[in-house]
Design a protein around this ligand. Structure first.
Ligand SMILES: *Cc1c(COP(=O)(O)O)cnc(C)c1O
Length: 366
């Protein structure tokens, strides 16, 4: 994949080594950004062109840019991991590239090829590889979080798909997403607000879905919960997912179930990987509708032994309780979430190159 297709405009004033090292020692999540960003421009007439890696910095956008008014925007989230030998890898980027195209089609944005998507990550990392933190131990889940995104930048207030679009990749060093590590989180059940509806944009990774989830997130915070679980819009009965993570339920007989994909659920790369790893571990994965009643009854009877959420940013996080307006749904016994922890360790071992990549999931960036 030729990174030389991306022209380099080097940052004349990059972050000093000492400052960068200080940031990498305690990066938090999404607060600091590297010295460069990748950019590709699209116009209706010329298609994709102008591939470049240029200094990270504010964008110049016309106040009439369509994205600012009609939210024609999509994004991705993917990480770069430093292995023990210093090499830098990413995880299943072709899945993210494919999903980015699915999101693009739904938001009437132009599609980007695998070559440009993965090429942009490689081109950015060729410059900013020093920003990928080095894990200090197996428990140190540090990485460089990569955020590809595409916006409608055309100056036009009419309502139609934009004819000028920009694609960027920015990168942010990251420590573990939840400060508590694998401590179970409390989840708020949003019964009033919906994230997605049939025929809508739920399956697309677009900013609009997140904008629509924030009021529910605010309710969750007021209830002392860190995340929100959404039910389906049609029947208010079926579990869909969290605002930015997919959900799994572990049963005492070894089944492990996640809601079946519909156009109201985002197809997580972590979700897909967990389904495969669960099978490798001798569990029986199931993709099917799961109702809030099944969660309540399974938790009370002990049929459900673990619930966990998964996504690139937070990997796998056990869910301790589901808080609703009427009740608190807790699992019968606290068994310490052994399956969630095992799958999490498996996934991290693969991503950090500590076990053989038998599924061919890793792509080298640097
Ligand atoms: C990104 C995202 C996920 C998780 O997807 P991964 O590919 O596993 O990171 C789940 N749900 C929503 C709504 C998301 O935006």
């Amino acid at each position: 994949m030729p990174t030389e297709r991306f022209e380099l405009l080097p940052n004349a004033a990059p972050t000093a080594d000492a400052v960068r090292e200080e940031i990498l020692a305690n990066p938090g999540f999404g607060q600091y950004f590297t010295d460069h960003m990748a950019h590709v421009r699209w116009t209706l007439d010329a298609g994709w062109h102008g591939r470049e890696v240029r200094p990270y910095g504010p964008l110049t956008l016309d106040p009439a840019a369509a994205v600012l008014h009609y939210a024609q925007e999509i994004f991705e989230g993917i990480k770069a991991y430093r292995h023990a030998d210093g090499s830098i890898w990413t995880f299943r980027p072709e899945k993210n590239a494919e999903r980015f195209r699915r999101s693009a089609r739904r938001l009437a944005l132009p599609e980007l090829t695998d070559e440009d998507f993965i090429g942009s990550l490689k081109a950015l990392l060729a410059q900013d590889h020093a920003w990928v933190p080095t894990p200090r131990s197996e428990a140190d889940e540090c990485s460089l979080y990569l955020r590809p995104f595409m916006i409608a930048s055309e100056k036009f207030l009419g309502v139609r798909p934009a004819q000028e679009v920009d694609y960027y990749v920015i990168a942010s060093p990251a420590a573990a997403y939840f400060k508590g590590g694998v401590e179970p989180v409390s989840i708020w059940l949003s019964e009033h607000y919906k994230r997605a509806a049939p025929g809508g944009t739920g399956f697309a990774k677009c900013g609009g879905n997140y904008a629509a989830s924030l009021a529910a997130q605010k309710e969750a915070s007021a209830q002392g919960c860190g995340q929100v679980a959404f039910l389906d819009a049609a029947e208010n009965k079926w579990i869909e997912e969290l605002g930015g993570m997919n959900l799994f339920f572990v049963f005492k007989d070894g089944r492990i179930a996640t809601p079946r994909l519909t156009d109201t659920i985002l197809e997580g790369v972590t979700r897909d990987s967990v389904l495969t790893l669960a099978r490798d571990e001798g569990l029986t994965p199931e993709e099917r509708p799961i109702s809030i009643d099944e969660w309540r009854e399974g938790a009370a009877s002990g049929e459900i032994t673990e619930v966990f959420a998964c996504g690139t940013a937070a990997v796998i996080t056990p869910v301790g309780e589901l808080v609703t307006e009427q009740e608190r749904i807790r699992l019968l016994g606290d068994n310490g979430n052994p399956i969630a922890k095992r799958l999490r360790a498996k996934l991290l071992d693969l991503q950090y190159g500590r076990v053989e990549d038998t599924h061919g999931w890793l792509t080298r960036l640097v």
